[in-house]
Write a protein that binds this ligand. Sequence first.
Ligand code: AMP
Length: 283
Amino acid sequence: MLEVKNIADLKQKIKDLKAENKTIGLVPTMGFLHEGHGSLIKKAREENDIVVVSVFVNPKQFAANEDLSNYPRDLVKDSAYCRELHADILFIPDADEIYPAGFNSFADIYQLGDNLCGIKRAGHFRGVCTIIVKLFNLIKPNRAYFGQKDAQQLAIIKRITADFNFDVEVIGCPIVREADGLAKSSRNTYLNSEERKAAAIINKAMQTGQKIIADGEKNTAVVLEKIRAIIESEKLARIDYLQAVDLENMQDIATVKNNTLFATAVFVGKARLLDNFLIENID
Ligand code: AMP
């Protein structure tokens, strides 16, 4: 596996691979890799000649009050894990390489970024869109892999890929969870043992929501209220948002239909944890 730190080397390598007609699968990450990232890398490995994993803690997607400086990092472990999963290239640029002096542009999104995490994390999706546009331009992947855990991010990346005419197939991958249902996340490392136990309430509540819908409830307010009550029964959990939205436009909806996304962000201690489920096959 080749580790690449600078853009000039990356571009040359990609040029060579394209000349050989190799297909490229890209897995963009912020590192501190876990089995959630691993599932994306494995799928990319199955579907492409070349797998590129990027590890970049993108400063532009963190608001001023967020955890940029504390975000967990372990490049040695990440590199070993990528090697184990047979990635071909690990792209690990410094922030100055991606945003050199004079950098002055952004890619951004309108409606899809105006709700959920877009409200709670000012400028977050502008940072996400900008780094994805740069990675797509640099790596020219045939396919790029993202987790459903960040469902709003996935929808936004699909949108900008179409809007900016990138010839990239954006592939969403299922949420990988711990045994008690907690979605795997690099941020789970912020949890102490008491908080870690408490965090299981999030998915427990979301599963109850899914069950109520399976039993016939169509009123999103009723479902959300039930989920909210369960999460709030855990004193260490504090809901940042809990909403039901239309996956197409990320706007709130009152009645459950196909492509209704139930999404939540919950603080447990200083960790902000995401979970969601999507309604797909409803009459
Ligand atoms: P991150 O390093 O948190 O920015 O995540 C990089 C990619 O991995 C994103 O596309 C995430 O949605 C995805 N990802 C993170 N956690 C999980 C998980 N538990 N299951 C599936 N995909 C995940």
